[in-house]
Design a protein around this ligand. Structure first.
Ligand code: SF4
Length: 143
């Protein structure tokens, strides 16, 4: 089974209220069992919402609110739910396809906290948990 960012599958959970539908990811989901997750809405944030970025160990909204607790809770809840679903299905979690550069889902590169579109090395809060548990994480942009 594969964990997939729900916004890549067309769910309107993105901060703007829209989604990041990706045809390659959709096609992948038609031939593989997937567990859609959105750590930010699972953590209690609504869509639409302000954009947020990681700033060191914290996650701040563009207006400067500290949303770290939402992001941490959402990441942990999604990981627990994914493990439970995989266990119930009797299948291992083989990997994850998560939205590039997101403060939750990004892997390897994320926005740098300046809200200017600049990126830096790092992982989103959810991707960080998966990577630390040995789950291979890719973005929708990886070939
Ligand atoms: S938290 Fe992940 S799944 Fe949810 S909107 Fe952001 S990138 Fe998409």
């Amino acid at each position: 089974m594969y964990i997939v960012s729900a916004c890549l599958l067309g769910k309107n959970c993105k901060y703007s209220g829209g989604n990041n539908r990706d045809d390659r990811v959709i096609r992948f989901s038609e031939t593989h069992r997937v567990i859609p997750v959105c750590p930010e809405t699972e953590g209690g944030l609504k869509a639409p919402r302000e954009p947020a970025e990681r700033v060191g160990d914290r996650v701040l909204s563009r207006s400067g609110e500290d949303w770290t607790a939402y992001f941490k809770r959402g990441a942990e809840t999604c990981w627990e739910r994914a493990q439970k679903e995989a266990e119930q299905a009797g299948e291992p979690i083989e990997g994850a396809i998560l939205k590039a550069r997101s403060p939750s889902c990004g892997s390897g590169k994320i926005y740098d906290g300046s809200f200017t579109g600049n990126i830096t090395d790092g992982n989103g809060c959810f991707a960080e948990i998966l990577i630390s548990c040995g789950i291979p994480v890719k973005t929708e942009e990886d070939r």
